[in-house]
Design a protein around this ligand. Structure first.
Ligand SMILES: Nc1ncnc2c1ncn2[C@@H]1O[C@H](COP(=O)(O)OP(=O)(O)OP(=O)(O)O)[C@@H](O)[C@H]1O
Length: 237
């Protein structure tokens, strides 16, 4: 079966600085991949590169559902079924909750997710629809960011550190919702600082260090030491 996302020999640059080195990986339909790695390892650059937001990159192959996307604009890639929930949420601060959510519709993709299903997924947002997003808590804003991405009805949803700075109970709530998102057949790539959480939700993990893939495979196929060594470059305890 063809992978949904296929990435071959991806290199990314910020001017003279190379941030990704020959990254290869693929994501199958409905799969959940966790990308782990320390600060500066290249996780955000990887997500931004495949979604067309970071243009300083080259790849031998970058394809979504069999179609080459390396020359496509970020908005076209969303319309083709791959959407990023960016680090720091990046909501439209002058707009209300509902207006932010509705923006996801502009991708023009039909599917399971619509406003009422987003409110069903995040009931807290229902009463807040008319509020400016700036008046929401961090956790509520994260729900809006996820909701906006889901409104594009992606086949592949990418989430960049969605738990950063949120209370554990809020993070748990957001992760519980992944089950329902995945239940619609959506594949997911998460970047997660909490390695334990990453290992518990992912079918496969990819560990980056200094912009290169150090380890990739099913979480159960690695020992803690192997993961620690890939992550930090030294053996764990
Ligand atoms: N806008 C930028 N300009 C120049 N260098 C950048 C820029 N963004 C990232 N970098 C560099 O690229 C490398 C990878 O950064 P990236 O943000 O992708 O890592 P990360 O694994 O997502 O880290 P974090 O966990 O801190 O978000 C780092 O060396 C970083 O300093």
């Amino acid at each position: 079966m063809k992978p949904l996302l296929h990435v071959e020999d991806l290199n990314a640059f910020y001017g003279d600085l190379q941030a990704l080195f020959g990254v290869d990986f693929s994501v199958g339909e409905g799969e959940c991949i966790a990308v782990i790695g320390s600060n500066g390892a290249g996780k955000s650059t990887l997500l931004r590169s495949v979604t067309g937001l970071h243009r300083g990159r080259s790849a031998k192959r970058l394809s979504l559902a069999g179609a080459e996307i390396s020359q496509r604009a970020a908005s076209e890639i969303v319309a083709m079924g791959m959407t990023l929930v960016p680090e720091g949420r990046r909501l439209f601060s002058s707009l209300t909750v509902e207006e932010n959510l509705t923006i996801g519709r502009s991708a023009g993709r039909a599917g399971y997710w619509n406003l009422s299903r987003i409110y069903e997924l995040f009931p807290t947002l229902l009463e807040l629809g008319g509020r400016p997003v700036t008046k929401l808590s961090g956790g509520q804003q994260q729900m809006v960011a996820m909701g906006r991405a889901l409104m594009t009805n992606p086949n592949l949803l990418l989430c960049d550190e969605i738990s950063l700075g949120l209370a554990p109970v809020v993070v748990k709530g957001i992760y519980d919702n992944f089950a329902r998102v995945r239940g619609q057949g959506t594949a997911v790539i998460i970047v997660e600082q909490d390695i334990g959480r990453a290992l518990s939700v992912a079918d496969r993990i990819i560990c980056l260090r200094k912009g290169a893939v150090m380890l990739s495979g099913a979480p159960a196929s690695f020992t803690r030491n192997q993961i620690a060594e890939a992550y930090f470059g030294v053996e764990g305890e």
